[in-house]
Design a binder for this molecule. Structure first.
Ligand SMILES: [Zn+2]
Length: 166
């Protein structure tokens, strides 16, 4: 295990407890220390581009409330892009109804995502983010359907759907 990532994860959990009121908001500034990305913007620039809710999810790893995303009912063919930098990230072909209240996919498009271990909230989870801008998408779990057995549990706020034109 990467000791630095473990250390920051622990600190994040402690900070979340100390903060009290925002348990679902895990920590900010973490990823900038761990990785760099092709698309980078200042906090002020991101705030200009994104809505407040999108900013909280993509840049601060907040989690949207279950069953609030309009994308749960999006059943057309098309591509789900990163709401931060517009990178095509997930295909409707891999979308399924997990019953969790968050848009769920069994795989991402090739070269679209990055992952890291997330030790916040006293759990070990796999965090998933945009490969290009680092925007937080959600988490990946091992209880998904075939063929991958993975469940990419995503925040709809982190995605922009573009229907197929053909
Ligand atoms: Zn992105």
């Amino acid at each position: 295990m990467n000791r630095r990532i473990f250390l920051y994860g622990t600190m994040g959990a402690i900070a979340a407890l100390a903060g009290g009121s925002f348990l679902l908001r895990e920590r900010s500034g973490y990823r900038a220390m761990a990785e760099t990305f092709e698309v980078t913007r200042t906090e002020a620039e991101w705030r200009k581009i994104l809505t407040g809710e999108q900013y909280a999810v993509l840049r601060e790893e907040a989690t949207e409330r279950a069953f609030t995303s309009p994308l749960l009912e999006e059943h057309r063919k098309g591509i789900f892009h990163c709401a931060g930098c517009d990178l095509p990230a997930y295909s409707s072909e891999a979308k399924y109804d997990s019953g969790t209240g968050w848009p769920s996919f069994w795989e991402a498009l090739p070269d679209a995502i990055g992952t890291k271990q997330d030790n916040s909230l006293f759990m070990t989870r796999t965090e998933v983010h945009c490969r290009r801008c680092g925007g937080h998408f959600g988490h990946i779990f091992d209880d998904g359907p075939p063929p991958t057995g993975k469940r990419h549990c995503l925040n709809g706020l982190a995605l922009a759907f573009r229907p197929a034109t053909a």
